[in-house]
Write a protein that binds this ligand. Sequence first.
Ligand code: GH3
Ligand code: MG
Ligand code: MG
Length: 573
Amino acid sequence: MDQAATPSASRINRRRHVVRGLLTHALACHGMAWLLLAVAASQHLLPWEGLLGVIAATVTLGAMLPIMARRGVPLHRFDPVLFGPLTLISIALPVGVAALARDQDRLWLATCVLPAALMACTHFRGNALRLGSLMAAAGVGGLLLAWGLNQPMGTPLLTALCALMLACLLPGWATGRLRLLRWRSAVQWLLSGDPVQRVFILRFLIACVCAMSGIVALEYGASLGLIDPVAARWMTWLAAGTVIGFYLMTRSGLNMNMRDRTMTEPKLLVCVVFLAFGYYLGGIGRGLALTLLVTLEMFGMFVITPLQVARISAFGAVAFSVSMLAVARTETDPGQLKLQVVTFGVMIVVLAVMSWLAHQLGQLRNSLVRRKNDLAEALERIQMLATRDELTGLVNRRRMTELLHQQIRLGARSGSPACIALIDLDHFKAINDTHGHGVGDEVLRSVAQALKAGLRDTDVVARWGGEEFLVLLNDSDMEAASLGIERARLEMGRTTMSASVPRLRVTFSCGLAACDDGLPLEKLVDLADQRLYAAKAQGRNRTCTALAPMVNMAGLSPQNPAVARDAATLLPD
Ligand code: GH3
Ligand code: MG
Ligand code: MG
């Protein structure tokens, strides 16, 4: 089989990814052009229907490409950078606009969208192509700016948007650095690198899409002559300013000092004001404002408390009542007056139901939070039980074994020295026999505290068995480890072991072994154990770091009756 003709799955996936990326880039560029054209349409310079047709045709053509790639059409073989379709779309947009516009607007509207359309093709290689399109775009931008400054109506808005777009994109374009992948860093910059702020901004932008649909509807109504165009224009500007203001507050981190960092309540309150005003202006389409009010409340339900939702509902009821009163005063048709009363009644019922739903949702959210906290607590407890000793709170044998394995691996790689110390309390059985198990347990807890207090923070102390402790002394050779153990011994001497028997003192014997001997864990612990027995045999209350060659291990057992058991467990009076 021909390997070159059947590319691997990962290569196909990579190509699909590239196709998707190129189309996203093109969509963003064309999106800017559509924004400009939407403003033009609101100025009656273009028919809305024609504009929507152009957008739909472009999107359909763009959407066909990934579908074709998915269906196995080998786009990558003859057109890897989608030169054909992207050029076609980029030429079709200004041509379509020119065909739709009136004679006097044809030229400038077409040139207005040309830079954005050209930008969709910035990834095409070749300096001549890039430079040529750059000069064309700069020339077009300059001409447009000069022309727009002398025009009445909303053209300054168009000009400003176009100039902003060019100012943002042309430097990158000129140097050839505005590549596909740069969009990712641009998006990251827009949404902020902080993951929490990112979520806030993203959620806000999604809510803005909803709010903007209302503004587009208003502008459309104005273009049809159903709404006062001057008031609609004011609303658009104010809404844009508010959106930018809230965005900047979040992006600059100002919100981080606020009690509600999402600023959901103030945002919704401002939205309600806009919607109430939109209701007043909206003419026959004013019902849309109520739909958007309900949508925004639903947005809030998932973020703010039921009380805040109720407050927004109450505020909405008041704001819309004022609007409805104002509408009723201007309407002369008695049918319209009745309609306002009915709308008011339905609105009050809907807002009350929304508040009740928010209350239900709040309860559901609280119970979910409680359950999540319970689960987290249970998990923490399970982790505690699995890794900690219940009596002393020290690391248990299982966890210590894992840590020791880790340390042996790490030490072999980094060469940093470490030691283990096996500690056994002297004559502990006598304490149990004399004072009872309760005092014995108390002593074990006090010993754990004393060992931790005497050793370094980085050392790990574990309860290894009944009255045996194992210490991992990180970053220490034998000398440093011996010093550490003697510090712990001093601390033990100073510590009150039992509140009920204050004079009780406990000593320990210790066997030390270095982890860098290349021994596996079992052998290492065995070695420390042998040295511990040696310390016991030498008279207890001491540390043994090496075995004497002539020592008879059988004779070192602490069980040996020859071993004296008279080491003081009680201080002399
Ligand atoms: P040596 O100096 O030779 O180590 O003498 P010893 O008495 O400490 O030696 P042995 O190992 O015979 O005694 C250990 C005792 O520790 C036996 C057991 O009753 C006691 N022990 C083990 N676990 C616990 C515990 O959790 N609580 C209490 N109170 N005692 C325990
Ligand atoms: Mg013991
Ligand atoms: Mg003991």
